[in-house]
Design a binder for this molecule. Structure first.
Ligand SMILES: C[S@@+](CC[C@H](N)C(=O)[O-])C[C@H]1O[C@@H](n2cnc3c(N)ncnc32)[C@H](O)[C@@H]1O
Length: 270
């Protein structure tokens, strides 16, 4: 991809961006040479990690298809990255063209690319926001006026909660989001874990401690607790390939090697 000319000057294009590296792993076109080099280094070091990213996006696609079939037409996607390959609004709007999506990411690079991709779609909006400030995200989303907070909303937290260390109280953050959305809402979480992990994933996590994007691996029980009193839909919180696989490509002989759990919970308030 050519470097866009209308970038705001505070984005450093000489350094890799986590969102563009992720985009490269997913087969997207919104990445530069510097991102691809880093992605190749990561892939050589930990092939499972690249597979895990792809499995994470595939899980998200299946979850959105499930939600759309359940009648959900509003999505708040926090930690959305660059919505380029198998993106939430495309999957949701394919099932129901009236579906509306608010994308939120902390990374100005992801926000900039998202805005340029979604410029012409009046059923999507993009917010720069930090999951650690859920009230800020909710205020921003309410001001946009795209989502109706009195009706069910699916809050999507795919591959993002593990960026919050325990000190940032992820349980409280997620409770704030759950409490802000209407009855019948849904919560989707995918989250890295140390349970059943091969050693190389644990080593990769140690490497992440040296970067600005350190992740915190958590147990099945901790991740389950983030759903609060929501009911997990079948098959519960499971290794990513085991969540409602739709094709042989979704499945894997060793689902635990992906090192992440995914699940969908529903608010059953009448
Ligand atoms: C691994 S990507 C996941 C992208 C997408 N949700 C998916 O599952 O395919 C994680 C994204 O979370 C964003 N992120 C990290 N910490 C965040 C925070 N505190 N608030 C909002 N977004 C955050 C990163 O910028 C990145 O784009």
């Amino acid at each position: 991809m050519e470097q866009p000319r209308d970038l705001s000057t505070d984005i450093d294009l000489s350094r890799p961006s986590a969102a563009r590296v992720y985009d490269y792993f997913l087969g997207g076109a919104h990445n530069f040479e510097v991102d691809r080099q880093l992605a190749e280094q990561i892939a050589a070091l930990t092939p499972n990690l690249a597979d895990t990213m792809r499995a994470g996006r595939a899980f998200l696609r299946r979850a959105v298809r499930y939600l759309a079939a359940e009648g959900v037409d509003q999505y708040l996607d926090v930690g959305s990255g660059i919505p380029t390959v198998g993106n939430v609004h495309e999957v949701a709007q394919a099932a129901n063209p009236a579906s509306r999506v608010v994308y939120v990411d902390i990374d100005p690079v992801a926000v900039m690319h998202s805005r340029s991709i979604l410029e012409r779609d009046d059923r999507t909006e993009v917010l720069e926001g930090d999951l650690r400030d859920p009230e800020g995200i909710l205020d921003g989303a309410r001001k946009l006026g795209l989502l109706d907070f009195d009706r069910p909303i699916a809050v999507l937290l795919a591959g993002v909660v593990h960026f919050l260390p325990d000190a940032d109280r992820p349980g409280e953050v997620i409770r704030t989001l759950r409490e802000a959305v209407g009855p019948g809402s849904y919560l989707v979480i995918s989250h890295s874990t140390y349970e059943d992990q091969p050693q190389e994933m644990l080593d990769a996590q140690k490497l992440s401690k040296r970067t600005a994007t350190e992740i915190t691996l958590r147990s099945h029980a901790e991740i389950s607790s983030y759903f609060g009193d929501y009911t997990l839909v079948e098959p519960g919180l499971v290794h990513l390939p085991l969540w409602r696989p739709e094709s042989p490509g979704d499945a894997d002989e060793h689902p635990e090697r992906f090192g992440a759990f995914g699940g969908v919970g529903r608010d059953n308030t009448p």
